[in-house]
Design a protein around this ligand. Structure first.
Ligand code: 0A1
Ligand code: ZN
Length: 879
């Protein structure tokens, strides 16, 4: 484990390497516990660099066992070596030279899952961000690009499959019982995109003919017996390849594209050049085992990794501060892909829900950082929703500002100008400026200023003139106390009584282009003339900017938007805005032991949307899904009592259920999906609306009978998991819930990915018993504390998604988490650090809980040995 060195990396210190790497030639002799790695590296000194400057290579827990200079042994006096650094002196001033480094590594003992490791008997690598230095000493940074030749030698019987990046050169028997395979990747790449996979795997194969008629072989490798479950991923891959050609003009550039699904993986997937490695959760699917959400995730992540081939691989990042250059942009691309494959409005609602529930709390808490940070201590901790999701929102705003054609021109210029480069955010923005003749310097503050802007809105109408005053404030965040005003593009509509959109005679007070209003000052007043009657303002339509609005809009106006806006997203947003004050009032009523009352106008608007057959079912299901407990906590901002939030929200759900019983009964019949299961968006939408209705009926009827029937009759995993959730969360003590849990466990005992759902559903049963439930499940033979998916499904789900259980008033939840973090950290620091971020909003809890949370964090901080990953998070959270 890398323990803390106290080293902090600053963007301002960036400088290019002293030596240029020309070529990389790696030979692996695979052995589960003692793999030999020979790395032949050709360098030359960069022009202008001092002839005495040494070559400095990164390592991590490495032991050097051989070092050659132009094939001759390097005398000990010429180098210094530690597990983290190899420094070689007296190297040629100009001529290229060859360094050969030999290391032996132990894949079996690699529990961090960084570098070369073993998962279910398969050799596998993960090198982003700094895993390559766990394989060999190397200039392990993203701005060092070279073509790679890879030779893999391994036991023939154990490793019928031996893969690396690029095109296959050849393979044959090597010596007794061993074979070799050789790969060549002609596209210069940084070390973080290197991959090697070897072992005994099943495969499905297909092909794709590119826009210039080249045939590309497509292969997806999975564990034997799981081949059928990779068909949907293959289909998603082909659709992604086609879409990237049509939408962005991007063609694939090797003869083969391979995906490998592994069962131990720290993240979702990894875009290694030509050889993507996936968490098997995001590859494997069939109707009996995968939910509609699983299918949608697979489609999105397959696309995301594929799209990285251009945004990330062909054009990579100069340094890790530029991570959003590849991640924000690629998330934007995968969002657009999913929007084209499914319903754009429903996709946008899901994106915004995710952004608000994950990124907004990050941006409002101790871990807040800019989309393009300027300092880090552990780069692994910067694979955040800010870099990914807010980064995507920033890209989306560029598209909004420039329009489809302007955005396309900027992207085309980016691909043309920077292909083969390790680029920066500034390079990226410059392409949009140059292609459109625009100055985006104020807009660029979105990359540099952390915190979610708050826009306060006030309006007035008098005699045909509508006046709109907007004021922006950006909260202080760690290391940034003062902020400059942002350029905030706000999509808007002035909706008239009859539902039509007003067309003003004139607008003054700032730039307005089409339906976009540009807020660029701290405070700005826009005046619209020629408006026939008082309009209803719909603002930030489609969530054109990732901001909070402080806008006290009357109920009638929100109801009007919910009924009439042509932007479906805004209709959902209006229903949400109607829900919030009811949920807040319910929270305080529940806290004070008063009966909860809910505004009938809100319930009527919600039920009207739910019953509106002109709206797509998926949208209606979203409308029926109230803001989550975490959303309510965020709206409240401080002094939160999760028990009161939960009780208040449950009471609001019950009130809606009672008023809408007939609607929900009708929907539970109308939305049945007949025939064989199909994972398409329309069928998924019907299932989600039916399941939402069943959820309300469980409140209205207050018995588990209907959910138990749904469980018994379910012919797909979406309905089955939904019924199990309903039974266990609403009626945890019922015989029906117990039976269903048992049936489920028995039916899927041999499928760990489905058992993860079983863990997650139980880990999120609300209430103070949940800790003991989680502890008991950790003893279950189906649990495996060293598999990240298992740990996330049980410990992670409990900490992130069980507000009442985790935030128990006696602090037991926090102490449990602290103990778990300390147990996970020595094995897998990345996983430990990520789960610890579940405490990022601890300061907004009411004081007794906050005191317990602080004590638990301090207990972690005091531990004698902590990884850099966990130390970085815990110290930032306590600062
Ligand atoms: N680049 C990947 C995410 C990723 C990052 C770090 C990893 O190390 C464990 C793995 C994957 C993506 O954006 O999909
Ligand atoms: Zn990515």
């Amino acid at each position: 484990m890398r323990t803390d060195t106290g080293q902090i990396v600053n963007l301002a210190d960036y400088r290019p390497t002293d030596f240029v790497l020309e070529r990389v030639d790696l030979t692996f002799e695979l052995d589960p516990t003692n793999t030999k790695v020979d790395a032949r590296l050709i360098f030359h000194r960069r022009e202008g660099v001092d002839a005495k400057a040494p070559l400095v290579l990164d390592g991590d827990e490495l032991k050097l066992s051989g070092l050659l200079f132009d094939q001759r042994e390097v005398p000990a006096s010429q180098y210094d070596v530690t597990p983290e650094l190899l420094t070689i002196r007296d190297l040629p001033a100009e001529a290229p030279f060859e360094i050969t480094v030999t290391t032996y590594i132990n894949p079996e003992a690699n529990t961090q899952l960084m570098g070369l490791y073993r998962t279910n008997g398969i050799y596998c690598t993960q090198c982003e961000a700094e895993g390559f230095r766990r394989i060999t000493y190397f200039p392990d940074r993203p701005d060092v690009l070279a073509p790679y030749t890879i030779t893999i030698i391994g036991d023939k019987a154990a490793n019928p499959v031996m893969l690396s990046n690029g095109n296959f050169l050849g393979g044959a028997g090597y010596d007794e019982g061993r074979a070799f395979a050789a790969w060549f990747d002609p596209h210069p790449k940084p070390s973080y995109l290197f991959a090697l996979v070897a072992g005994d795997l099943g495969v499905i194969e297909d092909k794709f003919v590119t826009m210039s008629e080249r045939e590309v072989t497509l292969k997806i490798y999975v564990e034997h017996g799981k081949e059928d479950r990779a068909a949907y991923a293959m289909d998603a891959l082909k659709r992604s390849m086609k879409w990237d050609e049509e939408r962005f003009g991007r063609e694939y550039d090797l003869d083969i594209f391979q995906i490998v699904a592994v069962s131990d993986f720290n993240m979702g997937a990894m875009e290694n050049k030509g050889l993507n490695v996936f968490n098997d959760k995001y590859v494997l699917a069939d109707p009996a085992t995968a939910t509609d959400q699983d299918y949608a995730n697979i489609e999105a992540i397959i696309a995301h990794e594929y799209f990285h081939n251009w945004t990330g691989n062909r054009i990579t990042c100069r340094d890790w501060f530029q991570l959003c250059l590849k991640e924000g942009l690629t998330v934007y691309r995968d969002h657009e892909f999913s929007a084209d494959m499914r319903s754009r409005a429903v996709k946008r609602i899901a994106e915004v829900r995710h952004l608000k529930s994950e990124q907004f709390p990050e941006d409002a808490g101790p871990l807040a950082h800019p989309v393009r940070p300027t300092v880090y201590r552990e780069i692994n901790n910067f694979y955040t929703t800010t870099v990914y999701e807010k980064g995507s929102e920033v890209t989306r705003m560029i598209a909004t500002l420039l329009g489809a054609d302007g955005f396309k021109a900027g992207m085309d210029l980016y691909f043309e100008r920077h292909d083969g480069d390790a680029a920066t955010v500034e390079d990226f923005v410059k392409c949009f400026e140059d292609a459109n003749g625009r100055d985006l310097s104020q807009f660029s503050r979105w990359y540099h200023q952390a915190g979610t802007p708050l826009v306060s809105v006030s309006t007035a109408y008098d005699a045909g003139t509508f006046t709109l005053t907007l004021e922006q404030t950006i909260p202080a965040t760690p290391g940034q106390t003062t902020k400059e005003p942002m350029h905030i593009p706000l999509s808007f509509a002035l909706i008239l009584d009859n539902g039509s959109i007003a067309e003003p005679a004139s607008v003054s007070g700032g730039e307005v282009s089409g339906d976009i209003l540009h807020l660029t000052e701290r405070s700005q007043t826009f005046v619209f003339t020629g408006i026939s009657s008082r309009p209803v303002l719909s603002l930030n339509r489609s969530f054109s900017a990732p901001i909070n609005l402080a806008f006290d809009q009357p109920t009638e106006d929100l109801v009007h938007i919910a009924r009439h806006d042509t932007d479906l997203f805004s209709r959902w947003q209006a229903l949400n805005d109607l829900a919030v004050p009811n949920l807040i009032q319910a929270t305080s009523d529940a806290r004070d032991g008063k009966p909860v009352t809910v505004d009938p106008a809100f319930i009527a608007a919600l039920l009207e949307a739910a019953a509106d057959a002109k709206l797509e079912p998926a949208f209606r299901a979203q409308a029926l899904t109230l803001p989550s407990e975490a959303d309510i906590a965020r709206e409240l901002g401080c002094n939160n009592n999760p028990d009161a939030i939960h009780a208040g929200r449950q009471a609001v759900l019950a009130a809606i259920a009672e008023a809408g019983c007939d609607t929900f009964l009708a929907l539970s019949e109308e939305m049945r999906v007949e025939g064989a299961f199909k994972p398409d968006a329309a069928s998924a939408g019907k299932r989600s609306l039916r399941n939402a209705a069943l959820g309300y009926l469980a409140f209205a009827e207050n018995t588990p009978a209907r959910a138990a029937e749904a469980f018994a009759k379910a012919d797909n995993m979406t309905d089955l998991a939904q019924a199990l959730t309903l039974l266990t969360h609403r009626f945890p003590a019922s015989a029906e819930a117990k039976d269903a849990l048992e049936t489920f466990a028995k039916r899927f005992a041999d499928n760990p990915l489905v058992i993860d759902k079983w863990f997650l559903i139980q880990a999120t049963i609300p209430g103070e018993d949940s800790i003991s439930r989680v502890k008991t499940l950790m003893e279950d033979e189906k649990f495996n504390a060293s598999n990240p998916n298992r740990v996330r499904s049980l410990v992670g789900a409990f900490a992130f998604s069980n507000a009442t259980g985790f935030n128990r008033a006696d602090g037991e939840g926090y102490r449990f988490l602290a103990a778990q973090i300390l147990a996970i950290d020595p094995k897998n620091p990345q996983l430990a650090a990520r789960i610890l971020t579940s405490m990022r909003s601890w300061r907004s809890l009411e004081s007794a809980r906050a005191d317990h949370a602080r004590a638990a964090l301090m207990e972690i901080e005091r531990a004698p040995q902590l990884s850099t990953d966990v130390r970085d998070i815990v110290e930032r959270m306590l600062k």
